[in-house]
Design a protein around this ligand. Structure first.
Ligand code: CA
Ligand code: CA
Length: 209
């Protein structure tokens, strides 16, 4: 009987852990999403918020038949090139996200990565991505961390068959334990003279090391 009760207790504990998410041994959230609405879905909303478009010239969320084949969730953000194009898609993390990031960093070193999917049929396409973070190390002075990437050309998968391709800065940013984050901004800048290119599945994530 005792053995059976012990087994039952173990199963119950496992269930509670699963229901409660994926806490670390210390019970701290193991990762924080630094951007929201990285997928621009669902179709009914065509939702841009909380992203902001600057210098927009026909740059917007597109869904359904206006999105490329195999668009995850049905919607993506479309940049349309033009002469002197410098359209920006940007998002600044809100205070709730900063609070979550600082809670994670209170007990562990953090590491930030930026990934997204990119689709382009035009060889002249060029899209810069950038993540900037301002933080103050424990007892230190305000520090700026930055990582960038330039996605260029078409995403031809062979025989004029275009595909969604994974993109993003190859490096990651390491944020010291006990640092206080004051700002996180993710920006995409389109420098394409013509053609359309699409981004979707934008994920900027802070993990504990
Ligand atoms: Ca999507
Ligand atoms: Ca444009």
């Amino acid at each position: 009987m005792r053995t059976r009760l012990t087994a039952f207790a173990l199963v119950l504990c496992s269930l509670l852990l699963v229901i409660g998410g994926s806490p670390t041994a210390a019970g701290i959230t193991s990762d924080v999403d630094l951007v929201e609405n990285g997928g621009f879905d669902p179709i009914e909303l065509r939702d841009l918020d909380p992203w902001v478009v600057v210098n927009g010239t026909k740059d917007k969320v597109v869904c359904g038949p206006k999105a490329p084949p195999n668009t995850d969730g049905g919607c993506a953000f479309r940049f349309k090139g033009s002469s002197n194009e410098s359209a920006k898609l940007k998002q600044t993390a809100d205070s709730n996200i900063l609070d979550e990031a600082n809670a994670l960093l209170a007990a562990q070193t953090g590491q930030i990565s930026l990934n997204f999917d990119y689709y382009s049929e035009i060889a002249a396409s060029s899209l810069k991505s950038k993540l900037v973070i301002f933080y103050t190390p424990d007892g230190g002075t305000s520090t700026k961390g930055k990582m960038t990437d330039t996605a260029g050309g078409s995403t031809e998968g062979g025989e004029r068959d275009f595909i969604w391709a994974a993109e993003g800065p190859a490096e990651t940013l390491v944020i010291p334990e006990n640092a206080t984050v004051s700002k996180v901004k993710v920006t995409f800048v389109n420098n394409s003279p013509l053609g359309k290119l699409y981004v979707d599945g934008i994920i900027a994530i802070l993990i504990g090391l």
